[in-house]
Design a protein around this ligand. Structure first.
Ligand SMILES: Cc1cc2nc3c(=O)[nH]c(=O)nc-3n(C[C@H](O)[C@H](O)[C@H](O)COP(=O)(O)OP(=O)(O)OC[C@H]3O[C@@H](n4cnc5c(N)ncnc54)[C@H](O)[C@@H]3O)c2cc1C
Length: 408
């Protein structure tokens, strides 16, 4: 396949790049997983500015507040956000919930939910994984029982990223416990402020905090159901493919690589620029070929206007996560980056059967979650900062004056 950007698409890339360069001061940029509240709110304000220019959902149809362009323009925007290291916010709405509503939602749901996403005004989180349903997601146990004009939801969700700022949770729950497991699941959008929703923070090793999210007799209106009842599994699998294309992660890797090459040009080992060292050059070449191929595979996914059954996007997504870990995260050092005195113990809070409100340590039930009430404090990870090349086992003597170029 040959992929070539049109002149307009190239101009769009330059325009977005210039805008982000001007709008993002260095102290607001972030590497993957380096989370702070300040950067989050900066990203949120910037998302609204992007929305104001019609760019945040440039690939969505105009009738839903989008720019009416294609997936390629959307990917260019993602790529530039990634390359400029802007804290990305609103991803679940933009990449999963929005496309799911667009594809499977009613007209009422489309006009209610899509324009606020396109304006950058709302945040969604995703409620798929459960204590006993991860890779085997179709084993999920959360119940949604129809009761008159409502569904009554009971159960819990694990690893709810972005929960602290989320207005809605986009979730899967079992609506027919007697059907074969993939065929009794439905897709819902539920307000995080609904009575009966509560959260228990789960800190990630990188300093971000996700949650276990509990549902105790939560009443959601029948209109919260997205698509057909008991077809949620298939709806979710279709829309998960949207997450798996897009160039943001690729661009973050490319940026980390470019910085790393600069570092090698400006550093000496045994009196020679590091960029002349055959071991370093070989490692850089391997990384570049790897992420270059990833970029092409992601673009190929974007060129496919419609995700197809059996598409390679799942595999490409895994590759993109691997490259992010290899190039952007690993060189910065790994290990326990939680700050000293972290109040949240690093456990997977898998509760014993029948007592999903208690953790394994027997801690008390979590407080009911208010809209922004009991959000945890987010900490900047304390342990980051290993010099990049040290993680590859190389000794360095940086000397910033040297500016040798890295040959082809
Ligand atoms: C950073 C991060 C953010 C996340 N955010 C969210 C979120 O916002 N919302 C959400 O719903 N979920 C989220 N998740 C959860 C994620 O989707 C799950 O971690 C994933 O589905 C895997 O489930 P699990 O962690 O329970 O692992 P498990 O399913 O327990 O798997 C553990 C290991 O066993 C392997 N394994 C499992 N089954 C088999 C098998 N049959 N054969 C061979 N090997 C097997 C897996 O490959 C894996 O290596 C997040 C996860 C991470 C890491």
């Amino acid at each position: 396949m040959r992929i070539r950007f049109t002149k307009e698409q190239q101009e769009f890339r330059q325009e977005v790049s210039a805008f982000l360069e001007a709008e993002t001061p260095p102290e607001r940029r972030t590497i993957y997983g380096e989370f702070s509240e300040e950067k989050y709110w900066f990203g949120r304000a910037l998302a609204r500015k992007l929305a104001g220019k019609g760019w945040l959902t440039v690939g969505w149809p105009k009738e839903y507040g989008g720019g009416g362009k294609t997936f390629i323009e959307q990917s260019i925007l993602d790529e530039q956000i990634g390359y400029h290291r802007v804290q990305r916010v609103g991803l679940t709405g933009l990449n999963f919930a929005g496309p799911a509503i667009m594809k499977f939602g009613s007209e009422e749901q489309k006009s209610r939910f899509l324009p606020p996403i396109a304006r950058g005004e709302v945040e969604y989180c995703q409620g798929f994984t459960e204590p006993n349903a991860g890779s085997d997601l179709a084993s999920l146990e959360m119940q949604a029982r129809r009761d008159g004009d409502s569904y009554v939801l009971n159960g819990s969700k694990m690893f709810t990223s972005y929960y602290a700022h989320a207005d809605y949770i986009y979730l899967l729950a079992r609506t027919d416990p007697h059907a074969p497991k993939h065929r009794g699941i439905s897709l819902f959008i539920v307000e995080m402020s609904a009575p009966g929703v509560s959260t228990r923070p789960l800190p990630y090793i990188n300093g971000e905090v996700a949650a276990q999210t509990f549902f105790d007799d939560v009443r959601a209106p029948a209109s919260a159901l997205v698509g057909e009842e008991n077809r949620g599994w298939y709806h979710a699998m279709t829309t998960l493919d949207y997450e798996r294309a897009g160039l943001e992660r690729y661009a973050r890797v490319r940026r980390a690589f470019d910085d790393f090459v600069d570092f090698c040009r400006g550093s000496h080992y045994d009196g020679k620029p590091l960029s002349h060292d055959p071991v370093v050059r070989r490692k850089l070449a391997i990384l570049k070929v790897g992420y270059g191929g990833l970029g092409l595979a992601l673009l190929e996914g974007g060129v496919d206007a419609e995700p197809r059954p059996g598409s390679q996007r799942g595999g490409v997504h895994s590759l993109s996560l691997r490259h992010t870990a290899e190039v952007e995260i690993r060189p910065r050092g790994h290990g326990d980056t939680r700050p000293t005195g972290d109040p949240h113990p690093p456990v997977r809070a898998c509760p014993p059967p029948g007592s999903h409100r208690r953790s394994q340590q027997g801690e008390p039930a979590p407080a009911r979650r208010g809209h922004h009430g009991d959000t945890p404090q987010h900490h900047r990870p304390a342990g980051l900062g290993t010099p990049p090349v040290a993680a590859y086992g190389l000794r360095l003597h940086p000397s910033p004056g040297d500016a040798e170029t890295l040959g082809p």
